[in-house]
Write a protein that binds this ligand. Structure first.
Ligand code: SAM
Ligand code: SF4
Length: 382
């Protein structure tokens, strides 16, 4: 059984502007953010989490957001030092920082590298200016390409994100854009279909009929095309939206999907780790200033969460694991569930060609099953 690892997620909750499709916990502040105060609060919350997890070997650290490339290198350095002060960080730990092309500077990138970041994930989103504008992004294609080049020069590993199934997007131009993206990529790409999230300006426009994303059939065609083009170019999907050359997968994200443990710190961060023999979920206060005050008053900003029952744990394991091309390990399922994997729907799903068994040890969604994965998981869950 592959060791799913132990990760640390750190959430930086600020952005230069809010993108109209985004419902992540990100906030725009017009006064300077007190980064020293945040760094001290991250260190304090990490120490509290260490008290709960006990000693562990950290296999990955992920600075996500928001826009972590708005953090000063000193802030990033202080956070990474705090992680190392609380747990043993593996020599080959993956340390990723999410960066926006509009906030990339060479000196800052060198500072992150010196602080210990060894992988960058860039939010490129589109490689045509009209769509970058439509998505409300602050950068253009030229700036994205400069950021990609700089990331490649500075860090041993890098990836970038694109959003597709955009309003008005047709298969041929998307295939061409994807080919161009692969030409700029190293060995990892995240390709997300646009989702219209409630509470966002895109949702309002969509409801008013002023923004029309591709319907299910065209979206499925764009998805299939994405799988085909990336596989042909040596970057097959290892998860619904993530593509890599074998061996270049994001270890941190694999920890989530393989249902490993992770600690989450920062505003709105989630964590999931075993405490007292059961998996515990932690959910932190989302509003940055409220989170800061909570951490300063009592050492953590956790305001929600629960201990999962065995059935809840098993369902989460399925939900995460079936996103992966490798699928789930049936022995691990049995260990978590305390019983063999059997559900009346399994045979039907197999007959319908939506899931398949790989040897005796694994179960995975077929390419068709991946398109309707939510429904497949709902059928397999208890
Ligand atoms: C939390 S964002 C962080 C990256 C960085 N802030 C940026 O946007 O450049 C992670 C990724 O989620 C994707 N994303 C965010 N909202 C989305 C949506 N509504 N539909 C599809 N993908 C989305 C984008 O590709 C984005 O790069
Ligand atoms: S930059 Fe990223 S996190 Fe910030 S609002 Fe845009 S998509 Fe969301």
């Amino acid at each position: 059984m592959t060791d799913p690892g132990f990760g640390v997620y750190v959430h930086w909750p600020f952005c230069a502007a809010k993108c109209p499709y985004c419902d992540f916990n990100s906030h725009v502040r017009h006064q300077a953010v007190d980064q020293e105060r945040f760094a001290a609060a991250f260190a304090r919350e990490l120490a509290t989490m260490r008290g709960r997890t006990g000693p562990r070997r950290v296999t990955s650290i992920f600075l996500g957001g928001g826009t972590p490339s708005l953090m000063k290198p000193e802030t990033v350095g202080a956070v990474l030092d705090a992680v190392a002060a609380n747990w043993t960080v593996a020599d080959d730990a993956e340390v990723t920082l999410e960066a926006n092309p509009s906030s990339v500077e060479a000196s800052r990138f060198r500072g992150y590298r010196a602080a210990g970041v060894n992988r960058v994930s860039l939010g490129v989103q589109a490689l045509n200016d009209a769509d970058l504008k439509l998505l409300g992004r602050l950068h253009n294609v030229e700036e994205a390409l400069v950021a990609i080049r700089l990331a490649r020069e500075t860090f041993p590993r890098m990836s970038f994100d694109l959003i597709y199934a955009r309003p008005g997007q047709r298969p041929d131009p998307w295939a061409a854009e994807l080919e161009a993206a692969i030409g700029h990529a190293v060995d990892h790409l995240s390709l997300y279909q646009l989702t219209i999230e409630e509470g966002t300006p895109f949702h309002v426009l969509h409801a008013a009929g002023k923004l029309v994303p591709p319907g299910p059939e065209l979206a499925a065609e764009l998805y299939a095309l994405t799988q085909q083009v990336t596989a042909a170019r040596g970057l097959p999907a290892y998860e619904i939206s993530n593509h890599a050359r074998p061996g270049a997968e994001s270890r941190h994200n694999l920890t989530y999907w393989r249902y490993g443990e992770y600690v989450g710190v920062g505003p709105g961060a989630h964590g999931r780790f075993v405490e007292g023999g059961r998996r515990t979920v932690t959910i932190a206060e989302k509003m940055p200033e409220t989170w800061l005050n909570l951490v300063e008053a009592r050492g953590h900003g956790v305001t929600g969460g629960e201990t999962l029952t065995r059935d809840e744990e098993t369902d989460e394991f399925l939900l995460m694991g079936l996103r992966l091309t490798e699928g789930i390990d049936l022995a691990r399922y049995e260990e978590l569930a305390g019983r063999p994997f059997s559900t009346p729907r399994l045979t039907t799903l197999q007959d319908e060609g939506l899931v398949e068994q790989v040897g005796n040890s694994r179960l995975r969604a077929t390419p068709t099953g991946m398109i309707v994965l939510d429904a497949v998981v709902a059928d397999l869950a208890r």
